[in-house]
Design a protein around this ligand. Structure first.
Ligand code: NAD
Length: 495
């Protein structure tokens, strides 16, 4: 099968090619070529920034009520085409059809939220904040009233740099709110699965988002560097690994941009002895192995308090053994392949490290029943692991779950807080007191109580902490509105 050339969409025009290397992507379930993504086409990046810049003044001056109209249509277009878009995501990413559909639905939530921009970006006024008597009128004459107000206005040209694991949803954390607030946008999707981002962007243009307002450029680090250092770019939103995010945060900030970087993670699930056993087993299994572990919210470390490991680990092994590992569009499939061969090699390497470091391999995903071709690794569980081991401390981004043991809740929280990350942490317990202590002491920004994945909600910020986030304002919710707008304060007196 021939690979599709991943094009750029600059002011609606499909531009292909560009100098430099091309990344050949495969369908991870079959190994067949699916796309060729250009890596260093800085000419296209330059054209995309210029298109966004020249569209900015008109778009920012368009009434916000008019700016959000295409978002209503976009939601309808996505809903009508959700199956074909999900099929494309499955083909180039590997996740299951249900996961792909779910991810588009979560993206639609963000579009619905952004469509509320007329209310969300409203400013505030405080009349009569002071009285001035220094000019025409004296104080006896009543002085002159001074009013103060703050407007929320767009920032300018915004850039979004996104990862491979949610190629349609993550861009929707960014551009719908950005353009609803009057900005123009350049999206740089992952070079690993570019086709569904292109399709979703074409649909946005079909819905009436002006073509120069939303541009898409393919590429790798060369293109990212061009964008984040560009004089005409005002804001950068990034989602991806901690290494890339920290670099992008520092570089873009040094070039005067406002920046938010949502980064990597190693997330913990604390299991108390009093937890509802069925809910804990189901929640941890879904969190660790959903999306083949390729989620920044994957609960990849379980901290078993007291004797909870005695029932949890056998329950997890039994549940994981039953997961059907197959191509994502296979009926009944519970887990698809990893996204590429590099990921498969990395995950197999992590399993070998866990064994070499002395963790107990309670379930070996290399022996799971699964297709022999493609990028498959089955669900894997390590038990009796210790902090300091690779499988406890490092993000593996694959279906590898590590179990550690703790004497008490305090001990468990201490272990969680040793992590350099802080994207999310969850607790399973029947005790309100334990849940409350967990909530007040754990160092992470997204918490779950009897919930395996405290998923990002469009109306709330996605609040990673520590090295899971660089910046100030997070994505989504009120933080997203504030990130894509700036304050303009006016102090006025009429003489
Ligand atoms: P990645 O960091 O390799 O790539 C993300 C984006 O950054 C891509 O567009 C890529 O082209 C670009 N990039 C990569 N290296 C770069 C460099 N050195 N200089 C400039 N640009 C660079 O991440 P990935 O492998 O696509 O995605 C997986 C990672 O993303 C995981 O670490 C995961 O935890 C994280 N993630 C985080 C969140 C969150 O909200 N915190 C959400 C999804 C994924």
């Amino acid at each position: 099968m021939a690979a599709t050339i991943a094009s750029n969409l600059v002011a609606g025009e499909h531009l292909t090619g560009g100098a430099g290397d091309v990344r050949r992507n495969i369908n991870p379930a079959t190994g067949e070529p699916i796309s060729d993504a250009p890596l260093s086409n800085t000419d296209a990046a330059e054209r995309a920034v210029q298109a966004a810049r020249s569209s900015y003044a008109d778009w920012a001056a368009t009434p916000v009520g008019d700016r959000v109209q295409p978002l209503f249509k976009y939601k309808q277009i996505l809903e009508s085409n959700i199956d074909s878009l999900a099929a494309l995501i499955v083909a180039e990413h590997g996740k299951t059809t249900a996961e792909a559909i779910g991810s588009v639905r979560r993206g639609i939530d963000c579009i619905e939220f952004a469509a509320g921009a007329p209310a969300l970006m409203m400013g505030r006024t405080l009349p009569q904040i002071a009285v001035s008597s220094s000019f025409c009128r004296t104080e006896d004459e009543g002085g002159v009233g001074i009013d103060s107000s703050v407007d929320r206005v767009p920032v300018g040209v915004c850039v979004g740099i996104t990862p491979f694991n949610f190629p349609v949803m993550v861009p929707m954390w960014m551009w719908p709110m950005a353009v609803a607030c009057g900005n123009t946008f350049v999206l740089k999707p992952s070079e690993k699965d570019p086709l569904s981002s292109i399709r979703a962007t074409e649909m946005a243009h079909d819905a009436g988002i002006p073509k120069g307002v939303l541009n898409l450029v393919q590429g790798g680090p060369d293109v990212v560097n061009h964008l984040i250092k560009h004089d005409e770019v005002n804001a950068v939103s990034f989602v991806g690994s901690t290494g890339a995010g920290e670099y992008i945060y520092k570089t873009a900030a040094a070039h005067g941009k406002r920046v938010q970087c949502m980064c990597g993670a190693k997330n913990h699930s604390i299991i108390m002895p009093d937890a509802n056993q069925g809910a804990a087993i189901e929640g941890v299994t879904g969190s660790a192995f959903g999306n083949t572990g390729q989620r920044c919210l994957a609960g990849s470390v379980v901290v078993c308090v007291g004797d909870s490991g005695d029932w949890l680990v056998p329950g997890l092994v039994e549940a994981a053994k039953k997961i059907k590992v197959a191509a994502g569009d296979t009926p009944g499939c519970g887990m698809g392949p990893l996204q590429d061969m590099e990921s498969k090699d990395r995950v197999l390497g992590a399993i070998e490290k866990g064994v070499a470091e002395g963790a107990t391999l309670a379930l070996d995903g290399r022996e799971h029943e699964m297709p022999s071709q493609g990028c498959f690794v089955g669900p894997t569980i390590f038990d009796h692991a210790k902090p300091g081991m690779y499988v406890v401390d490092e993000e593996i981004f694959g279906p590898v779950l590590t179990v550690v043991r703790a004497d008490s809740l305090d001990h468990a929280v201490e272990m969680v807080n040793q992590s350099r990350y802080g994207n999310m942490s969850v607790i399973f317990t029947d005790s309100g007191n334990a849940a409350r202590r967990f909530k007040s002491t754990v160092s992470a920004g997204m918490l779950g109580i009897n919930v395996g994945v405290p998923a990002p909600m469009a109306a709330f910020p996605f609040s990673g902490w520590n090295q899971s986030f660089f910046g100030d304002l997070h994505a989504n919710g009120e933080d997203g509105v504030r990130f894509f707008t700036r304050s303009k304060v006016t102090v006025a007196r009429w003489l």
